[in-house]
Structure formats: C-alpha cells, structure tokens
Design a protein around this ligand. Sequence first.
Ligand code: ADP
Ligand code: MG
Length: 697
Amino acid sequence: MQKRFDAVCKISDRHTSPAEPQGAKVLDYFAEDVFDIAKMAEHLPKNTYKKLMATINGMQPLDPDIADEVATAMKEWAVSRGATHYTHWFQPLTGGTAEKHDSFLDFSNGKAIFEFSGKTLAVGEPDASSFPSGGLRSTFEARGYTAWDPTSPAFIKRHDNGGTLCIPTIFCSYTGEVLDKKTPLLRSTQILKKAVVRLMKCFGQPEEPVKITLGVEQEYFLIDKKFYLQRPDLLQTGRTLYGAPPAKHQQLEDHYFGSIPSRILAFMTDVEKALWSLGIPAKTRHNEVAPAQFELAPIFEDLNLAVDHNMLIMEVLRQTADRYGLVCLLHEKPFAGVNGSGKHNNWGIAYGKRNLLDPGSNPAENAVFLTVLTAVIHALDSHSDILRTATSGLGNDHRLGANEAPPAIISMFVGEQLEGVINQIVSGTAASKSKASSLRIGIDALPPLNRDATDRNRTSPFAFTGNKFEFRAPGSSQSCAEANMILNTIVAEAMDAISDQMEKFSAKTFNADLQALLKKEISAHQRVIFNGDGYKPEWIKEATKRGLPNLPSTPEAIKPLLDKENQKLFEKYGVLTKAELESRYEVFREDYERRLEIEARIALEIAKNMIRPVVIKEYLTMQDAKGCAAIDSVKKEMGDELDELTVAIDSLQQALAEGHGIIPAMLFLRHKVDALEAITDDNVWPLPKYREMLFIC
Ligand code: ADP
Ligand code: MG
C-alpha cells in the first residue's frame, strides 16, 4: 500500500494550477486553428473562393484549376500560425486516425523555401501496406491513395514547438477499394440526402438543402498516471484485468453530476480551450455515474464534421490528461463492477430550417414527422443486425448487455405518448374517419409531445429523444463513422421504399393513402419498438419471441457483414461492395482475436510474475508459526487459494494454446486473483487497487 500510495501523493508533481481565466476571450480564439469558410473568404481571391464553395457544397473533388491557389493560401495561413509540416489526416480501419508528416521545405535554385502545391493538397500516396485491408489490397500493390475531403476543413494540430497542417482525407487502395471509415460515410450521407429530397417531394415540398446532424456524447475515465504505470493490464489493454470490487463504488450515486474536483476541472478547461481553438463546439461537461468517470458533449454539427471532431476530442482528452499527470481511459469497460463508457450518437435530419424529427405543430408537419419516424422504424426492424455490427469490438462486449448499458438487442424506444400515437395509427383505418380514437394523418394535429417524457428510458439502445434519435450502443473508444454509415444507408432504403409507394398516390386521396401506408408499414415493423426495461432478463425472451436478433458478442455481431441481403443493400446504394464488406468482416475478426490474445497473455504474465510470487512469499512467512489457530486457518485459506490460482493459470495457458475457451479461463483466473487480493497483506499487493485508482485524484 505504502509504495502505491507514495507514488501519487507527491502533490508537487501534479499540475493543478487552473488555466488562465477564459471569459469572453473564447469568442476571439474559437476556430482560430481551422481554415474554415471565413478564412477561405479572407485568404482566397474572390473567384477561387466561389469555386471552392461550389466544390464543398456539391461534395465534389477539388477543381485542379484552383488547387494551387487554395494550397498556397492554406500554407501561408498555416505557416503564419507556426506550422512547419502538413499531413493528410485519415481514418483507416483500425478505428483510429493516421497521419504522416511532411515539412513544407523544398529547394528553389538552391535556396530553401516553403512549398505546398495543389497536387499535394488534393492527393497523397501513403504506403498502405501496414494498414488493415482485410485482404483487399494485395501486398505487391502496397500504394494507398488519400484525397482531400473539402467538406471537412483543414486545421492545425499545435504542439509546443509548432504545428502541423492537417488535411482531412479519404483513404482507398490503388484500385479504388475503400480502406477507411470516411469514404463510405460520405457516400451514405449523400444517398440519405437524396432519399430525403425524394420523400419530401412526395409531400409536395420544394427542394431544400438537407443536413444530417450528429452530436456525440463522449464518456471517459480519468485516473492518476502513477497508478496507471503500475498496472501492466491498463498499459497494454486499456482495462483492468484484475481488481476486487471496493467496498464503496457507485452505490451511493454520489458522483453523477457531483461537483467536479479541481484538478479535473482544470483539465477540462484546458481540453475545452484546445477544442474551441479547433472549432469543436464543446458544450457540456459533468461527472458521470461511476467514480472517476466523466462526460463531454459538443453541440451537434454536420455529420461528417462531427465524426472528425469526435476523433479529435478523443485525442485531445488523451493528450491533455498526460499534461495533468492523469490518464484518460477511453476503453468501454476499464473497471469491472462499475459502469462502462459509451458514446451516445445523437442523430437527426434537417430539411432547410426544419428538423424532420420534430413532431411539428400542425397536421401537415405531423404527417411528415410520422412518415420519417415510420421510415426509421422500418429501417431498424429490417437491419438491426448490421447496425449492431457497428458497435462490435472486444471492449464493447464487456459493456453491452451489462446492467448499465443498453442490451445487445437493438430495439427502439419511442416513449409512451408516441407509442399511443403509433397504436392509434395501427388500430384506426383510413375509412373510419368518424372513429374519434383514430388519428387521421394530415388532418388531425398530434398532441404536443412532452419532451421530458421522451427521454426517461436509459435502458434502450436506440431512443427517440424528442427531436432526434439517440443511439447508445456505440462504445466510448469507437469511431462513430461505422454506426452512422449504416444508419444512413438503412434509413435511405426505408425512405425509398416509402417513396416508391407514395409516388403512386393521387392528390385527391393523399391523406387516406398515407394513413393506410403508415398503418401497413408500422404493423409490419412494430416489433422493434420496446419501451420497457431493457435490462430485465424477460426482455431477452420477449425479443427472441419477436424474432429480433440478439448478437451478444463480437464473433456473432460481425456476421451480418457476410449476409447476402445486407451485401445487396450496400451494393445497391454504392456505399460498400460485397468485397469491401467481407474485408471489413476480416478486419474486425482479426482485431478481436488479436486483442483477446493480448489480454490473455497479459493476464497470464501478471498472475505468474506479479501475483503468485508475492502470495508464495507471504505464505512461506507463515510456515513457522505453530500452535496458533488463526494463523493455521489463514495459512490454509491462502494455501488453498494458491493451489486454485495455479490451476487457473494452467487452464488459461491451455486455452491460449488451443485457441478457444480463452474468455471463461480469463474470468476464472480473475476470480482467483481477486480472492487473493482480499486476503493478502495490503503492503505487498503489487497492483494499485480499485479503491485507490477510482478515488485518489
Ligand atoms: P443528454 O445527456 O440528456 O442526452 P446532452 O445535452 O448531453 O443530452 O447531449 C445531447 C446531444 O444531442 C448534444 O450533443 C446535442 O447537441 C445533440 N443534439 C441536439 N439536437 C440534435 C439534432 N437535431 N441532431 C443531432 N444531435 C442533436
Ligand atoms: Mg444522452
């Protein structure tokens, strides 16, 4: 205990001084490190600016005629802010981000200059051989291509000695196959926008710009770095593989929204400063449910930008923590027995100025809302399997289905009021206009939905929360590109299926036809709606009866990528080909298996060379005691546990050699180690304990 405790109690080592007061200064430096639209207007000739805006709004590749001018302006701006390097910043299938820096340095007539050409801005050719491709890219053709995505502005990542101009890019193979998370996300956004315009046309609405919006709530843990460095499991896997539950953890519910400790608040303030400079609209900060757990939420933005920004948020959290002598744990389940961390994916659709997920205030708006809602119900029921795939991964397996996170069964929560409306649509008929109980779509107004009542059920993976959908299954460390790429695609398909039918309506019978259509659609897909307690075991039984897929762990959750119907859907919309989906299956499978093997090896190492030697030493010191019943009994207990520990070590070793049964063997070993933690002298226990890591900071 003393050794572990000493390590963190050198207050002088801690960076606790609060950052300089911010106040309204924030407004001066917000987005100062982003080459955003305002800076483009300032730094580019008028004509070039106009052409670039057309490119951005049309999601087109950069026009080669203006590329050089744009690149030069960008470079000059970046250099004036201290940048010396540039990089194409992309999101490979590892789920993280990648960057290879090149300096602007070049020679002209033997003289050193800074140079950045339009060609270098537009395309890069990084060596792709060390990125996962799931067999798509053959080793003899290792070249990869990166291309600027002008819908996400370039920005400067600053460090103490300067900065790097980062150009958000897509990443594909030499032959054009998708090797990243951004390309299919951009494609899926395009097809959903098209589907929305088509659907709105069925309602006689003039074409308006569509925006798919996203606000990502990020949960994370912070612990003192000195504890972290004493835990090989945290260092190598991001989670604790051992640790007995402390007497007090989250039972008293005193951490959630509690007052934020000063060291943490100073950290958060610094994080926000960095995020605001990058134009990331960090808005909300608070203590989460588990001790040492926190949340950060930005204001929602355009989907593609919000995904990029979430990747940067994770990076800034990690880097800033280090400066405060802390470590930010983004793993989904760093500590057993207390809540894990998720990433709540708030998704919405805006049509011009209107939020299509807002019920609206008159019958016409209500009709659009109910139709969009129906499309999402249709989409979720038809493809919940592949939406679950987007949340798969070894880390999230520990969280989904545990008692603080949504279950692995994807169902939709709509709230009591909206469920009442849905039931009326299903029970009423278009013909029975006189029936007072049935809502006549396009004629009757919906009662205003009480927003507070919509958000009470925290056990649902996919909840309608008043004017958006909140997908809560994604894990805290995951990129949300995958989830939104799938969500966009399946909703586009559902909208198209509805438009196919609506385009045949005649103006005269429009409302009655729509009533009948929504009734048919909802009746067919209603099983995916569940407003009850998703944590109850009865729900699993009920969901099975309803035929909803339950894919509790990654090996099952990634199989939908191989499903023929899913492959047809993604091919039809040009989001991903069959080969690309299969490659993702391979990448996710490999990632899962490798991580599991790493966890098992570390678990063995710690048990064999940290835990067992300490326990043996302690046991041996008791050998000489004679005639004391208490010592005899402690000795016997410890001896028995030591024997069982050895059995558990052997079985994990065997499971690892055979390549199966690893997870139960690790759990068994954990039980043995945790039991020993409870009876071994606290002074010699080699690992920082939960009661220390979660509470001393
Ligand atoms: P809660 O924790 O109650 O769910 P928060 O305020 O922490 O709520 O987070 C809600 C998130 O949803 C924020 O990021 C917010 O900007 C976002 N959001 C709100 N409206 C929309 C919308 N129309 N589309 C997408 N995201 C939205
Ligand atoms: Mg939320």
